[in-house]
Design a protein around this ligand. Structure first.
Ligand code: HEM
Length: 411
């Protein structure tokens, strides 16, 4: 069976149809050879156990040379533009990757993030106030789910709130390159390289400032980071800011909006959560399982091997499909059912696995738990009030507009 659900950005606009097709693929095999015009052939790894098997063997399956899917044309244009590419944690393999990851690993640990708790409560209060002011109808994505995680990233990096518009543009342009609303002129690698250059400038100034005036924020940690006893090289320093700024934003926004969409579509699940708020952490896992906003990462096989009995040749490209693995019917019973009591919801793999496991997973969970803990007791009713749209991008995408009608109980 062949399919364009992995490579065609338009297919991500309708996730119900996308998941149905993923289920058909699951019925056939956990690993598929995909040959689509304009793309180098690759193996789509959709079985959850098989995906973990690939992630676990990070020396056999590497992130280099290309950790995300790119069409032949995009690769050609990038080569012609001939500018330095961003180098971030996800472009690296061990031992280099480990050295870079260690610089900030502790910063994202639950014990370190405890100090963020107060800020998250403030932002959850702000989200509720926004909904109160909107008076019963809102685009939840635009007004709540986009600002909240971006405010968190600014707090994490130690940047002022007035830098919000600049950071918003950066994350949306970087990930929404194939979405016509987010990138009306179409994908233009030269324009993208220019946008990235602007950010390099911004982050270079930040680095100079935090070297001269260190504080306790993550920007200080990155600016003063050393690798093998020497200052981190410029390209890698910029890559570090870039990945924190971008990886933690659109992903979490998409998961928040998907969570709210599911609650609006399933009033009985919402009522259950209102009666039993201790289910919220499990509900958040279930929301993230559905959202799976990181649509894929790529790996390259370094030797002849096999996955699920399927021979894989040295240099073959493999696509890890997180949204497909998260509806693997061998793991999740009735996988298209939203069930906040699902016993194994925390087996979802939306954050990946192994050495590249999402650095911000704990933070993202805390954000969503805080938001829904604050909103749910006040949310008397909520329903969809128009068309829900989803960004058309094959790397990171999710809900783009979420019009809601709702009633809030008196506070
Ligand atoms: C629901 C929200 C999020 C999802 C679904 C998500 C998903 C992912 C995935 C799938 C990976 C790659 C894992 C792998 O290759 O096995 C990843 C890596 C990463 N994420 Fe997240 N992420 C989210 C939120 C965040 C946040 C809030 C931050 C930081 C503030 C963050 C920072 C990172 C970083 C730095 C990496 C690279 C780690 C490495 O390569 O070592 N993410 N994320």
């Amino acid at each position: 069976m062949n399919s364009d659900i992995f490579s065609n950005p338009q297919r991500f606009a309708d996730m119900d149809a996308w998941r149905e097709e993923a289920l058909q693929l699951h019925a056939a095999a956990p690993v598929h050879r995909i040959e689509q015009p304009g793309f180098r052939p690759f193996w789509a790894v959709i079985g959850l156990d098989e995906l973990l098997e690939v992630e676990r063997q990070n020396e056999l399956f590497t992130n280099e040379p290309l950790p995300t899917l790119a069409s032949d044309e995009a690769l050609q244009l990038q080569q012609e533009a001939n500018r330095p590419q961003i180098k971030t944690l996800i472009h690296m393999d061990d031992p280099e990757h480990q050295k870079y990851r260690l610089l900030t690993n502790d910063w994202f640990k639950p014990s370190s993030l405890r100090s963020m708790g107060h800020r998250l409560e403030e932002l959850s209060d702000r989200a509720l106030a926004t909904m109160e002011q909107a008076g019963g109808s809102i685009d939840f994505n635009k007004e709540v789910a986009v600002p909240y995680p971006l405010d968190v990233i600014l707090a994490v990096l130690g940047l002022p709130e007035q830098d919000y518009p600049r950071m918003l543009k950066f994350t949306q342009e970087l990930f929404g390159a194939t979405d016509e609303d987010l990138q009306p002129e179409g994908y233009d690698p030269a324009a993208q390289a220019e946008m990235i250059a602007g950010f390099f400038q911004y982050f270079a100034e930040l680095t100079a400032d935090r070297r001269a005036h260190p504080t306790g924020d993550l920007a200080t940690c990155i600016a003063n980071g050393e690798i093998d006893g020497a200052a981190m090289p410029d390209l890698e320093t910029m890559g570090y800011y870039t990945i924190v700024a971008t990886a933690g934003h659109d992903t979490t926004s998409a998961a928040m909006s998907e969570g709210m969409r599911l609650l609006a579509a399933h009033p009985e699940q919402r009522e259950l959560l209102r009666r039993q708020p201790d289910l919220i952490p499990n509900a958040v896992e279930e929301m993230i399982r559905f959202a799976s906003p990181v649509r894929h990462f790529m790996r390259t096989a370094r030797a002849d091997t096999e996955i699920a009995g399927q021979p894989i040749a040295k240099d073959d490209w493999l696509l890890l499909s997180y949204p497909a693995a998260n509806v693997d019917p061998r793991i999740f019973e009735d996988p298209l059912r939203f069930d906040v009591t699902r016993e194994n919801a925390n087996r979802q793999v939306a954050f990946g696995y192994g050495v590249h496991f999402c650095l911000g997973a704990h933070l993202a969970r805390l954000e969503m738990q805080s938001l829904f803990r604050r909103l749910l007791p006040r949310l008397e009713s909520v329903e969809l009030a128009g068309e829900v749209t989803t960004a058309t991008a094959s790397f990171v995408s999710g809900v783009k507009t979420l019009p809601l009608r709702y009633e809030l109980a008196a506070g």
